[in-house]
Write a new protein. Sequence first.
Length: 114
Amino acid sequence: MIDDETLDRQLREAVPYIDDDGFTARVIAGLPATRREPQWLRAMIVLGLALLGTGVAYLLSGGVIRQGLIQMADFPIWLLLVFAFGCGLVVGAFAVIFAIRKTPEVRDLTRLDF
């Protein structure tokens, strides 16, 4: 297998730069700036859709959710704590897996290509 750095270096070396007398820079400078939507708007849309989905699920359940909550209130507290702890472990495991996948690899400092 070829690693990403070697492949990137080979691709850069394989294609010589063709001087375009600044054409590319002028085209990029002439493009309109990208518009970013506010982050709060995205959060409000997601929150609104989650609330709407929750309301629709409650209405379609026909009171099943209420009965489930009443039954859960009869559970012993130790069982609820075990359930909450288990849910925390599952969510934490997914968070760790996601963080590991998003963390960039540490480069080998003994092989520096300058």
